[in-house]
Design a protein around this ligand. Structure first.
Ligand SMILES: [Zn+2]
Length: 460
């Protein structure tokens, strides 16, 4: 370490051009990160346009001026195109991130969530992980590439949305009304993927997100003619509903394996010993081994990996203490595995609930989308950029149980890949959406370097 640092110092001393450089790139990135974190881009505060103006100024100053700002509601999204010269043979690449952050209350945090701080080897503040580090990684990598004289062999398109954490309108509109501006061969999203290490330095691997489960909610509704509670009958809306929910709690959907979860399990099986590792190897050997899938699903680290999961989340019912209930209703939230149609889940839920209960869809987010194929060019670019810094660290394909902006992009046939270059200490730094969000200082700069290498590789 020390030796290589000294060699760099020697190289710098021998290169007057580098010494004359006006700003140290690390200083520049830190200074911009501070400004980006300190703009509180929470839903309802109307601050996203100010952040877009800040970033647009930086891009324009480097000659990247093909920028479109799209207001929607109180927020906005931005699209930038860096065109390749001539007639490029390859279709564009789309780079994605989101500018908004989840609300954070000053009184709950150790320090002000919207004052950027460096402390104990970390950068602290709301959004330092989700997703402003990603915004900086994409922004700084484009600025570095532009300054270095890099010429893209295909168009690079950037899409920064303004409401990923809430409505997802930016990405939904990009995939529909603004499609001609963002159309691409594939998308790289900074909002998922990324690496994990334990506190004692053991590498858990870098995730490459290729799939997301589909979000749907359903109402289980029981209706009854009701009556006086002094004259109870066997038929009762609350009892009918509770019996249906008891059946739901025992129900298990059919296990499904796809290319992403197969690749994930192949890597995880190398790390796991004991019963869990055995079950992983058994399921990989035989997809019909439901017992092996059940053992994996029962492990707290792997919940949701093997199948669709549905769970009761809310209850309502009855209208008076002294009346038989005329209505009882539960909300059941489902995370549907890619490849399974939401209509089929609704039909299966109706079967479980039985004839006394009506099951209807109550909420949806995005379409059901297939897992994006593990394209060798993307997998190799990410693997090489990561392993150049962390030799031998496994790259593990991932399916998210939650949804990001990628869901709308995959739905129109553009494969999308979560390839965050940041890493965190697990579980200590898992604070996205939570309190005292922070990113290791070194991870912040590694993220920029990993994106720079990936883009050089995929767009060069
Ligand atoms: Zn996010």
């Amino acid at each position: 370490m020390l030796k290589s640092a000294m060699m760099i110092v020697a190289a710098l001393a021998a290169s007057p051009a580098l010494i004359a450089s006006p700003t140290d790139p690390k200083e520049e990135a830190r200074e911009l990160f501070k400004q980006v974190v300190e703009i509180p881009t929470v839903q309802g505060r109307g601050e996203v346009p100010r952040l877009i103006a800040l970033l647009s100024d930086r891009f324009r100053a480097e000659g990247l001026s093909d920028i479109t700002v799209k207001p929607h509601g109180e927020t906005a999204s931005m699209i930038l195109r860096w065109s390749a010269p001539g007639k490029p043979k390859l279709k564009p690449i789309l780079l994605m991130g989101h500018l908004d952050v989840v609300e954070a209350n000053r009184s709950d945090w150790q320090d002000d969530p919207f004052i950027f701080r460096e402390k104990d080897g970390y950068y602290w503040g709301r959004g330092t992980v989700d997703n402003k580090a990603g915004i900086l990684a994409i922004t700084m990598s484009l600025l570095h590439l532009k300054r270095s004289g890099f010429t893209p062999a295909r168009d690079i398109i950037l899409l920064f949305t303004g409401d990923e954490e809430t409505d997802g309108e930016g990405s939904r509109l990009a995939a529909s009304q603004w499609r001609s501006l963002i159309d691409a061969e594939f998308a790289l999203n900074s909002d998922s993927g990324g690496g994990g290490f334990t506190a004692d330095g053991k590498a858990l691997g870098y995730g490459l997100q290729t799939a997301e489960k589909t979000y749907r909610s359903y109402h289980f509704t029981a209706r009854n003619r009701g009556g006086h509670s002094s004259r109870p009958r066997p038929d009762n809306a609350i009892y009918d509903l509770s019996a249906a929910l008891t059946r739901l709690s025992a129900h298990r959907f059919t296990p499904v394996m796809n290319e992403t979860t197969r690749a994930y399990l192949t890597e995880r099986a190398k790390q796991e010993t004991g019963g869990l590792g055995d079950a992983m190897r058994r399921w990989l050997a035989d997809e019909n081994d439901g017992n092996a899938a059940d053992i994996i699903e029962a492990d707290e680290k792997e919940i949701g990996l093997t199948r669709t999961r549905c769970v009761a989340t809310r209850l309502a019912g009855g209208h008076a203490d002294n009346a038989l209930p005329q209505m009882a209703q539960a909300t059941v939230n489902c995370r549907i595995i890619p490849g399974v149609a939401p209509e089929n889940v609704l039909a299966e839920l109706q079967m479980i609930a039985g004839g006394d209960i009506t099951v209807t869809q109550s909420d949806a987010f995005g379409d059901a989308t297939p897992a994006s194929p593990l394209r060798p060019d993307v997998v190799n670019a990410y693997t090489q950029a990561v392993q150049k810094r962390f030799p031998g660290v496994p790259i593990i394909p991932q399916m998210s149980a939650g949804a990001t902006d990628s869901v709308f992009i995959r739905a129109i046939g553009i494969p999308a890949y979560g390839v965050g270059g940041e890493w965190l200490i697990i579980p200590e730094d898992e604070r996205a959406h939570g309190l005292d969000e922070r990113i290791p200082v070194k991870s912040f700069y590694d993220n920029i370097d990993i994106w720079t290498d990936m883009l050089r590789d995929l767009a060069g």
